[in-house]
Design a protein around this ligand. Structure first.
Ligand SMILES: C/C1=C2N=C(/C=C3N=C(/C(C)=C4\N[C@@](C)([C@@H]5N=C1[C@](C)(CCC(=O)O)[C@H]5CC(=O)O)[C@@](C)(CC(=O)O)[C@@H]4CCC(=O)O)[C@@](C)(CC(=O)O)[C@@H]\3CCC(=O)O)C(C)(C)[C@@H]/2CCC(=O)O
Length: 196
């Protein structure tokens, strides 16, 4: 995607790279790590994020071939400005042992089926629900935040063997999850080293 980069964003990347050497990361990993750090102004993500370059390459191809993008909450959707997303939270209802976020994931899977990219930035229960489905995702960006369930749900994602971007700590959130997806959206299909 050809994108005009705002001067403030250019300056943000310049300062980020002055404080942190990211040149050892492979191209798509570097793009994701840098955009997450850029969105959160938090350099600790460099040692916290977990992903695999081969999985990112396959997901990048699927994304640019038009695979659907599903998000857990509207806040994540709001951060993804250059691609339509599916969010079923407004149609979802909480029930006994079921959050609205988890129900929204079930509804989204009924809508899109297998092969989608899933972006979970808020609700640990949404990520847990996704792991119970046979969703065959192109990628799960699992970066829910919080003290209750976030760490555990992200560990379960890593254990699942699904292609994933996650992190080890309690950190995360809608903005960083959107940023991780945006990194793949903005990165050129040719996998050039230029990513800011
Ligand atoms: C337990 C929940 C947590 N929410 C967090 C942080 C934020 N949530 C915001 C907002 C506006 C929303 N959160 C809901 C997803 C709501 N949050 C929950 C649930 C109660 C359960 C989710 C779970 O445990 O997996 C969840 C309600 C549900 O039934 O699913 C939201 C749907 C609530 C609502 O408005 O009905 C709503 C999402 C709106 C949308 O974007 O579509 C916050 C902005 C704070 C706020 O509530 O005002 C904030 C945003 C953080 C972010 O970056 O995304 C936590 C901290 C993640 C917390 C999970 C665990 C914990 O440690 O407490």
């Amino acid at each position: 995607m050809n994108r005009v980069v705002h001067p403030i964003e250019q300056e943000s990347y310049r300062r980020l790279r002055a404080r942190l050497d990211t040149s050892h990361f492979p191209p798509l990993t570097r793009a994701v790590v840098e955009r997450v750090i850029h969105s959160a102004a938090d350099l600790e993500y460099a040692d916290d994020l977990v992903m695999d370059e081969g999985e990112l390459a396959a997901a990048h191809a699927a994304l640019h071939a038009g695979a659907p993008v599903v998000v857990d909450v509207e806040m994540v959707a709001a951060g993804i400005t250059r691609r339509e997303t599916v969010c079923r939270l407004r149609d979802a209802v909480a029930g006994p042992g079921l959050t609205r976020s988890a129900h929204a994931i079930r509804l989204a899977y009924e809508q899109v089926g297998p092969g989608a990219l899933w972006v979970i930035g808020n609700a640990p229960t949404a990520l847990e629900e996704l792991l119970t489905l046979d969703a065959a995702p192109a990628l799960v960006i699992g970066l829910p935040v919080g003290f209750v369930g976030a760490v555990e749900s992200k560990a379960a994602l890593r254990m699942s063997g699904l292609p994933a971007v996650s992190n080890v700590s309690e950190k995360g959130g809608s903005a960083v999850a959107s940023a991780a997806l945006n990194a793949l959206l903005y990165h050129p299909a040719s996998h050039s080293e230029e990513n800011a």
